[in-house]
Design a protein around this ligand. Structure first.
Ligand code: ATP
Ligand code: PAF
Ligand code: BAL
Length: 281
């Protein structure tokens, strides 16, 4: 396992890899867990070399406290990757090195998908994600790059990004890894108290319930039912519950034959913001 702290050191090493070899990139913000490991393991299966980037990207945070308190555990991350006993490289640059100057977002035109849900509630978030993912893809030039469906909207944004920028990397989406109690694994879970962690099961339970109701009940009724459940919770504050068309990510008001739908939730447990989603049909 090698770790590179600068683009120059990474680039020097990448030059030693034959052009015929496949490279997989797994972009992360660190504080690695089994969700990240599932992406890394998929990359190991698909590619000759895997690079995991560990970089807490300042430009995608609209909340200073969230950025400050984001868990940073590089030493543990390195040990976890070592334990895989595979040839995985870590790329952990400083912001100025990765950005090559001012640490600011570019502006993208991702279309309507960027204005829904996370785009609506975290101003500038997807410009920040687009900027850093573009920089990472250009630094590594991977054959494949891996993103989790936990951040389903982000995955669609990244697919759009490679199309707009004509980047020759195949984007692979990976299923959500959950705790035994159903909670989607997330680095931010580390910030939850035991009580909040237990209360947070309401998020995945609500999505499961929405899935169960989806065949028989109107979208409106399901939405009201889920919102009422969150209103009754003393630990969680719902930011949004949406049932959206998977293609457009627009909130759906009526089910249409042939369309796929997902339920999406963002909720706060104290200061910690959690997201999750689930296929409904
Ligand atoms: N539970 C999970 N299952 C599958 N993929 C995941 C899971 N959690 C994170 N990922 C994916 O790992 C990649 C890196 O995510 P990131 O480092 O932001 O971790 P995270 O757990 O999503 O943290 P947070 O949501 O607290 O920011 C993203 O593509 C993300 O979708
Ligand atoms: C893709 C990503 C690594 C960009 O900073 C981040 O948004 C994440 O971890 O999902
Ligand atoms: N996992 C998505 C990154 C973020 O919340 O900023």
């Amino acid at each position: 396992m090698k770790i590179f702290y600068t683009k120059a050191a990474l680039s020097k090493n990448l030059k030693t890899i034959k052009p015929s070899k496949k490279i997989g990139l797994v972009p992360t913000m660190g504080a690695l867990h089994k969700g990240h490991l599932s992406l890394i393991e998929q990359s190991i299966v698909d590619n000759d070399h895997t690079i995991v980037s560990v970089f807490v990207n300042p430009t995608q945070f609209d909340n200073v406290s969230d950025l400050k308190k984001y868990p940073r555990t590089l030493e543990e991350d390195v040990n976890l990757i070592k334990s895989l006993n595979s040839k995985v490289f870590i790329f952990a640059p400083e912001a100025e090195d990765l950005y090559g100057g001012d640490v600011v977002s570019r502006k993208f035109n991702f279309g309507a998908i960027a204005n829904e849900m996370e785009g609506k509630h975290r101003k500038g978030h997807f410009d920040g994600v687009g900027t850093v993912v573009s920089l990472l893809l250009k630094a590594v030039k991977p054959t494949h790059a891996y993103f989790g469906e936990k951040d389903f909207q982000q995955l669609q944004i990244v697919r759009k990004l490679v199309e707009i920028e004509q980047i020759d990397t195949t984007i692979k989406g990976c299923p959500i890894v959950r705790e035994q109690n159903g909670i989607a694994l997330s680095s931010r879970n580390k910030r939850l108290t035991q009580e909040q962690f237990e209360a947070a099961t309401l998020i995945s339970q609500s999505l499961k319930e929405a899935k169960k109701l989806f065949k028989t009940t109107s979208i409106n009724k399901i939405t009201n039912h889920i919102k009422a459940k969150f209103n009754a919770s003393s630990h969680l504050e719902l930011e949004y519950f949406e049932i959206a068309n998977v293609k457009t990510l627009k909130t759906a008001s009526r089910k249409r034959k042939g369309n796929e739908y997902r339920g999406f939730i963002a909720a706060f447990a104290g200061e910690v913001r959690l997201i999750d989603n689930m296929a409904l049909n």
